[in-house]
Design a protein around this ligand. Structure first.
Ligand code: PHE
Length: 340
């Protein structure tokens, strides 16, 4: 009697499985036959009504049917899942050969392009590219660069502090220190990266980019710095660009210079871009101060260094004759399109 019932449940279940088309059907079958109040579970519970001598055989029979039903349900479930996946893949099929209407193909942001152009020039001259942290220790950004404790650039009006010791680097010169401390000369590196200062107007932004350059060798001089920057200026602006050094002061270089280029708009005769002087200030540079070399573990009697820091936004403004730096950050597509 009970055997017939078990067989009946099996047949009914397999029949329903045959008709199941989706995962809801499968779920319903699972509940109906194998669930807590399912039909097969119910027979298992009713085994106590069977004569004790027959119980083992009936129990075995129920288990066998349970196994069959369970594995057939799993099988059907995986078949349905596979079909659903196939359908999904088919539905999501993308015809890459289908022609579409482009509104225009994008291009690199002019600042990214300029940064790449500048680093490429130095890479061609044998420089390596180095990276450094934007969140920097006060030590690397100031102290190791011979910047005294009472120097105005350390004020919170000029530097974003995170804590007493941590800050957002104000100059890529901090990378020099990392490199000198970990590399044996000769060193020839450029370090492009973001720097931060609390300024915000047409020619200053709280975040801007610099490219630091550093050469350390046994006999580099200010003369080498000049010819290096002349080479750079001619490649970046034009073959007739002239370079002029003006005395300046940076705590980490001695002597220090401010580097001007002959105006690329008027060729040096004077215009509104160069404020009628014929020259445009582009970067700061100098001969690495012996104290910086010493702090970084280099013997200043043996090694000399030259360093420079180029403002990427400033280079872009000069190259493209832009007066307001914010245009480069605004993402106005009409402006950006002009640089494609
Ligand atoms: N770090 C200086 C600045 O941010 C630029 C500089 C770099 C000057 C290297 C000299 C040498 O203004």
């Amino acid at each position: 009697m009970i055997r017939n019932k078990i067989d009946g449940i099996r047949d009914a279940c397999l029949k329903e499985l045959g008709k199941a088309v989706d995962l809801q059907d499968i779920n319903a079958i699972k509940i109906k036959y194998l669930g807590k109040n399912g039909e097969l579970t119910a027979v298992l519970k009713s085994i106590k009504e069977v004569a004790p001598s027959e119980r083992p055989a009936i129990g075995k029979c129920i288990n066998e049917v349970h196994e069959i039903v369970d594995s057939k349900i799993s099988l059907k479930e995986s078949v349905i899942k596979e079909e659903l996946e196939k359908k999904r893949l088919y539905d999501e099929l993308l015809d890459v050969t289908l022609s579409t209407q482009y509104d225009g193909i994008g291009a690199l942001n002019p600042l990214t392009q300029i940064k790449k152009d500048i680093t490429d020039i130095f890479v061609h001259l044998g420089f390596d590219i180095k990276d450094g942290p934007e969140i920097e220790f006060e030590y690397f950004n100031f102290t190791a660069l011979n910047i005294p404790k009472d120097h105005p650039s350390r004020n919170s009006s000029d530097t974003f502090y995170i804590s007493d010791k941590l800050l957002l680097r104000t100059q890529t010169s901090a990378v020099q220190v990392h490199v000198m401390k970990t590399h044996e000369p000769p060193i020839r590196i450029v370090c492009p990266g973001k720097v931060y200062r609390p300024d915000d107007d047409a020619t200053h932004s709280p975040m801007f980019q610099q490219i630091e350059g550093l050469v350390i060798d046994r006999s580099v001089t200010l003369r080498d710095l000049k010819s290096l920057l002349e080479e750079f200026a001619r490649s970046f602006f034009s073959s007739t660009t002239k370079v002029r050094f003006r005395p300046s002061h940076f705590p980490f270089t001695e002597p220090s210079v401010e580097v001007d280029l002959s105006c690329n708009k008027c060729g040096g005769s004077g215009c509104n871009l160069c404020k009628h002087t014929g020259w445009i200030e582009l970067l700061g540079a100098g001969v690495v101060h012996p104290r910086v070399l010493k702090e970084c573990g280099l013997d200043s009697n043996v090694y000399k260094g030259i360093a420079f820091g180029i403002g990427v936004e400033r280079a872009a403004m000069i190259k493209y004759g832009i007066h307001d730096m914010r245009l480069l950050f605004d993402n106005d597509i009409r402006i950006l399109k002009q640089f494609k």
